[in-house]
Design a protein around this ligand. Structure first.
Ligand code: CMX
Length: 136
């Protein structure tokens, strides 16, 4: 893993929570977009050395909607920046980690993403995230 790219935070409504992040905490909004493949609307916030990704469910049956229903709003996942995501997935699978898809999926900002099951990661949902520019 290269770095922690971002922390995903489940919220019921991005518009309601943005004021807290931008005006109360004084952080900067980078972008808002819809990620259809994950059934979420996301807002990326610059928190200095890391980004926060607010995740608002777009669909009642989606992963984030279920998470909020079961656990309430809060930290949802930690995303590692990687290069060559397909090789990382094979390596992790060979080491016994349960992946939540057999191929990467399109994520926010044009990244390719894949998730590791919290049951094989000591209770944490981890994301692998490969940026298109292969940079961060
Ligand atoms: N972090 C830690 N544990 C989690 C979790 C999370 N975010 N979400 C679910 N779990 C736990 C549950 O608490 C449950 O544990 P127990 O059996 O001890 O109660 C277990 O995982 C299974 O949960 P579940 O509710 O039965 O299963 P779900 O149908 O909710 O699926 C998961 C859980 C992780 C497989 C599913 O959410 C998933 O596939 N996630 C990957 C995709 C995703 O999260 N997309 C949204 C983000 C998109 C983005 O960043 O763009």
């Amino acid at each position: 893993m290269k770095n922690v790219d971002h922390i995903g935070i489940a919220v019921k409504n991005i518009d309601d929570s943005l004021d807290y992040y931008i005006h109360t905490l004084g952080l900067t909004l980078l972008a808002i977009e819809e990620v259809a493949s994950q059934k979420v609307r996301v807002a990326f916030i610059d928190a200095g050395n890391i980004k926060l990704e607010l995740l608002e469910p777009m669909d009642e049956g989606g992963a984030v909607a279920k998470f909020i229903e079961k656990r309430g709003e809060g930290i949802h996942h930690i995303a590692f920046g990687v290069t060559d995501i397909r090789s990382r997935m094979v390596e992790l699978e060979e080491k016994g980690v349960q992946l939540l898809s057999d191929k990467p999926k399109p994520g926010a900002g044009g990244a390719e993403v894949a998730f590791l099951h919290p049951k094989s990661s000591f209770g944490v949902l981890y994301e692998l995230c490969e940026k298109r520019d292969k940079g961060e």
